[in-house]
Design a protein around this ligand. Structure first.
Ligand code: G6P
Length: 610
């Protein structure tokens, strides 16, 4: 999704902005641009396509050695208007005095545009953002000449929707303005200047001292100082955060793609997530604020995080005997959900910024639910607003397709399930201790799956021309199949569906033709005979079966055309180990098709619009 950077300081501005934009590429974008002040005038360079196009255009402009000290930049993920040079950010006011970059959606932009047109403004793009540039300029001219901060604040009061904004004014080369509401924005404090960015990884090349902006705050960024103000214009004093991630954590480290690097980080990430919350063989979770009694658990998330929630539902219901509802955040927030102060709401989000998930969390809180968030990014909006947070230790996840974040979400959710089971006297401390031991054995099992990656690579090489691939499983294997199928779709663009073993014959089996690949995680011995029957049903229609098996499900090998053997993971924990071969499969399918593995078309890493 859109990314923002900004810098004012003594270093050459353009390389700083381009470095920041490159670090934001992973969020997904279709055009990029920058604005800077040169000899009292705003100059803009923006291009549809990849950052390389923008870099070429800048190189052609021959700006090296020019005294540029301030600039803002943007990667755009199109919402209002197709990807094009005109619709790219930054957007300028009519007289070229104000430049704006924006992430979010201005919901009342049509009304504002009508008003501005009546004032004589001409528009050059189809975006919602352009109104902001014209409005700031109008206020700057009419209501508060010389006071950029006041002009921005008057503008913000007129905006409905979400925004992270960077605003540059040709008359004010010594500062720029940043503002946020419901879209992330952080300020980086450097030795020789200050920065803004949509997320912390974008700043890691420059600084690790970060101020996280809260909703409705506005900041004036100057070379030697940063002033932060709340919605009422009162100064805000906030301690900067010292980010622990180092910049190499957000680099490829010898791997061809971030996705591969991140898959190979799973053992480390899962181990860190577990050990962070285990002390001397017992659970050591932060205060969670469980309701008393726990009448139900409601899990809310999007995408891969939602699939982690599907696994958690089965585990929690099995261990705790408490009903669990899993909801897609964008559905939950509008469906008048039933919850009360006996409901534990678990919000799952890698980024902690997904707009629907954040809004769903607020909705749940307003209905009295107890909120616990499972989040990866420290300092993110969800982490800051949730009553309790269980942090995963994935580290920065850059590839759009989520891998290690999913594994660590599962790890955290297992710990949570054990904790609730113990609290409800469904498990003794000794039983929890045994489960913890089993969990701690998982990272080594993922390592052994990774050691066999060549088998998956060969399998993908034989099937990357497939038009359609199905995943089928029961129980936890079904929840896993959902994630496996999503991963394949995201990066290989191959049509794929995941089905519960018993459900395929109620319609979808019509799509099975001779040669159709059906991939079956088979890790649940209690459901194995039923799955073998389901496999026979699709085989009878010509399907080819790849079984991803644990040793305790070995007998299913007879009905499979190919088999990937997993280590002997207990059935309850199987998704943690069985997911890795499915991620490798998606990776190699994408690679074989020559696609952009880390930045698949149309997708964004952090979805900050509805
Ligand atoms: C986007 C990403 C997915 C991710 C989902 C939820 O769609 O491409 O990989 O699962 O958002 O993101 P979150 O940061 O809330 O986990």
């Amino acid at each position: 999704m859109c990314g923002i950077v900004g810098y004012i300081g003594s270093r050459p501005v353009l390389p700083v902005l381009l470095d920041g934009l490159a670090r934001l590429e992973y969020r997904g974008y279709d055009s990029a641009g920058i604005a800077f002040i040169l000899r009292g005038q705003i100059r803009i360079c923006k291009k549809k396509g990849r950052l390389a196009q923008l870099e070429q255009a800048l190189a052609a402009a021959d700006l090296a050695g020019e005294p540029i000290r301030v600039g803002i930049g943007h990667t755009r993920w199109a919402t209002h208007g197709a990807p094009s040079d005109e619709n790219s950010h930054p957007h300028l006011s009519a007289n070229g005095r104000i430049a704006v970059v924006h992430n979010g959606i201005i919901e009342n932009y049509i009304d504002l545009k009508r008003y501005l047109c009546a004032q004589g403004c001409c528009f050059h793009s189809e975006t919602d953002t352009e109104v902001v540039a014209h409005l700031v300029d109008l206020h700057y001219e009419r209501d508060c000449p010389g006071d950029l901060m006041a002009a921005v604040c008057l503008t913000l009061a007129e905006l409905e929707g979400s925004y992270a904004l960077g605003v540059l004014c040709a008359d004010q080369p010594d500062r720029f303005i940043a503002a946020r509401k419901d879209s992330p924005l952080v300020i980086g404090l450097g030795e020789d200047g200050h920065f803004i960015a949509s997320d912390i990884p974008a700043l890691l090349g420059q600084t690790r001292r970060v101020l996280i902006m809260e909703d409705r705050e506005v900041a004036v960024i100057e070379r030697q100082r940063v002033q932060l103000f709340d919605a009422l214009g009162r100064p805000v004093c906030r301690e900067p955060l010292q980010v622990q991630w180092d910049s190499t954590a957000a680099e490829k480290g010898g791997y061809k793609h971030f996705m591969m690097k991140e898959i190979f980080e799973e053992p480390r990430a899962v181990r860190d997530t577990l050990t962070r919350h285990i002390r001397r063989g017992a659970l050591d979770l932060p205060a969670i604020g469980w309701p008393r009694p726990v009448r139900q658990v409601c899990i809310v998330a999007c995408g891969t995080a939602y699939h982690a929630g599907m696994v958690a539902k089965i585990v929690i219901e099995q261990l705790c005997r408490v009903p669990v509802v899993v909801d897609i955040a964008s559905e939950f927030r509008y469906r008048d959900p039933i919850l009360d102060d006996e409901t534990m709401v678990i919000i799952i989000s890698q980024s902690g910024e997904t707009l629907d998930t954040l809004a769903a969390m607020r909705e749940a809180r307003s209905r009295g639910g107890h909120i616990l968030a499972v989040v990866n990014v420290v300092g993110s909006s969800i982490a800051r607003e949730a009553a309790a947070v269980l942090f995963t230790a994935a580290g920065p996840e850059i590839a759009v397709a989520s891998t290690k974040a999913y594994s660590t979400q599962l790890a955290a959710l297992y710990l949570l399930a054990f904790s609730l089971a113990q609290r409800l006297n469904r498990m003794t401390a000794a039983e929890v201790g045994e489960k913890i031991d089993a969990l701690l054995a998982v990272p080594a099992m993922i390592d052994s799956v990774l050691a066999s990656q060549a088998e998956i690579q060969r399998f993908a090489a034989a099937h990357f021309n497939a038009h359609s691939i199905f995943f089928m499983g029961r129980g936890l294997d079904y929840a896993l199949a959902m994630e496996a199928s999503l991963k394949l779709k995201e990066i290989s663009y191959i049509h794929s569906e995941a089905y519960a073993g018993g459900e395929l014959k109620h319609g979808t089996i019509a799509l099975i033709e001779p040669g159709t690949l059906v991939i079956c995680p088979l890790t649940q011995p209690a459901l194995l005979d039923k799955m073998i029957s389901n496999i026979r049903e699709v085989k009878a229609r010509g399907a080819l079966i790849l079984g991803i098996l644990t040793p305790s499900c070995r007998k299913a090998a007879d009905v499979c055309d190919a088999v990937f053997m997993l280590p002997d993971v207990p059935p309850l924990l199987a998704p943690l180990v069985a997911v890795t071969p499915t991620q490798l499969f998606a990776y190699y399918m994408s690679l074989n098709k020559g696609l952009d593995v880390d930045k698949p078309r149309n997708l964004a890493k952090s979805v900050t619009v509805e």
